[in-house]
Write a protein that binds this ligand. Structure first.
Ligand SMILES: Cc1cc2nc3c(=O)[nH]c(=O)nc-3n(C[C@H](O)[C@H](O)[C@H](O)COP(=O)(O)OP(=O)(O)OC[C@H]3O[C@@H](n4cnc5c(N)ncnc54)[C@H](O)[C@@H]3O)c2cc1C
Length: 354
């Protein structure tokens, strides 16, 4: 291994790679080690909604969500110039189904989408974007390869040990040293070896695609408590709509279950009857990384000087990646983070509120 990097990042999902670029911009030398190929796990399974205003999100996420969303236009512009791979938002508008009692703020679904199920379903119209993570992934990878970041794939980290002046890292390719270490391994988190009460566990999500129904063809995302539909307008899935997603506590099992996939399609058809009997074109699953309070863990591990974690982004890792990368890079360099991080400090699990 060449000269000791300032920072070693384990994990080459969207969280690890956006952090690597943020640290590289600050002139730190960065080595990324990934167990498998880069951007091959949750980060390419995602629907790609930038769901800042999803009522299912914990309130503590709002400031980081807005901040992260605000960084997306510059991130996409820099990918387009640096990587020459065009990535743009696929949709700009989301209809969020609300309880039928929300008559003061919401409009009847049927008034906005004439093919929707008749009845008293009400929706809020949100200016929220989505993008295709499978378009973002190759562009991000080209940008990483064009930077000074070193990326070693198929190199899992086995364990990490902090010494007075460095971090010693055991990998499948031998031992190495770094100044600082960041755990960005998503659902495979290494941090519980240092802080057992910081549990980051996989939550399986199954998804499917169908031909885009007429109601969503102009680029509207439709989302309820039970299901979401995200049309792809351009790229390799143009003309298809993603329907997702299950949330399952199934360990590292990624198998697909026909019954659950059909239940998702039925939930979608209950909102948009045009989807009844729609042919399923594709199916897949991914593992979201979830902490006990469903908020990310971002920052230094308690009792440590050199070990950091950026994981547990659960249902919002695509939305939160650029913001998480910036605030973690800022706090690693002793700068004031752009948004307060106390809700995300890993130490909250060492000292849970009584
Ligand atoms: C079905 C589904 C739908 C989703 N929809 C959305 C959405 O619409 N919007 C949104 O914002 N988010 C969404 N998400 C969530 C989002 O995908 C995740 O929060 C995000 O991708 C997590 O990124 P990550 O980099 O932490 O993890 P991952 O992308 O899983 O990457 C983990 C990395 O760690 C590596 N690794 C594992 N173990 C080791 C080790 N020991 N040593 C070195 N490397 C290791 C892996 O090889 C991989 O490179 C969805 C997720 C799923 C599953």
């Amino acid at each position: 291994m060449k000269q000791r990097p300032d920072v070693c990042i384990a994990g080459a999902g969207i969280i690890g790679l956006t952090l690597a670029l943020a640290l590289d911009r600050r002139n730190l030398s960065v080595l990324v080690l990934s167990a498998g190929n880069a951007l091959a796990e949750a980060s390419v399974a995602a629907a790609g909604m930038l769901a800042v205003n999803d009522p299912e999100n914990p309130a503590e996420l709002l400031a980081l969500s807005h901040y992260s969303r605000s960084l997306y236009p510059a991130l996409l512009a820099s990918l387009n110039t640096r990587a020459h791979v065009p990535v743009s938002f696929q949709t700009h508008s989301t209809l969020q189904v609300l309880p039928s009692t929300a008559t003061d703020i919401a409009s009847p679904l049927h008034a906005l989408l004439p093919h929707a199920a008749p009845g008293d379903l009400r929706v809020l119209s949100l200016a929220e974007e989505s993008l295709d993570p499978r378009e973002l992934a190759p562009a991000l990878l080209v940008a990483v390869r064009a930077s000074r970041v070193r990326l070693h794939t198929t190199t899992p980290v086995h364990s990490v040990h902090e010494t007075a002046n460095s971090v010693s890292i055991k990998t499948v390719a031998g031992d190495m040293e770094a100044g600082l270490f960041v755990d960005c391994t998503g659902a495979w988190s290494l941090s519980s070896a240092h802080l057992p009460s910081l549990r980051i566990v996989p939550r399986k999500g199954q998804m499917l695609t169908v031909p885009t129904p007429a109601s969503l063809a102009q680029g509207i995302v439709l989302r309820s408590h039970a299901v979401y539909m995200v049309p792809r307008l351009h790229g390799s899935r143009a003309g298809q709509t993603l329907i997702g997603a299950t949330i399952e506590d199934a360990g590292f099992d990624r198998s697909l279950d026909d019954r659950q996939l059909h239940a998702l399609l039925e939930a979608a058809a209950a909102l948009l009857p045009e989807l009844r009997d729609a042919p399923i074109l594709d199916t897949w699953s991914g593992l979201r990384p979830a902490t006990d309070d469903l908020l990310p863990a971002l920052g230094r591990l308690p009792g440590s000087r050199r070990l950091f974690v950026a994981s547990g982004h659960y249902r919002n890792g695509i939305l939160l990646a650029p913001g998480s990368a910036e605030v973690l890079a800022q706090s690693m360099l002793g700068e004031a983070p752009a948004v307060p991080l106390h809700a995300f400090t890993p130490g909250r699990f060492a000292h849970p509120p009584s």
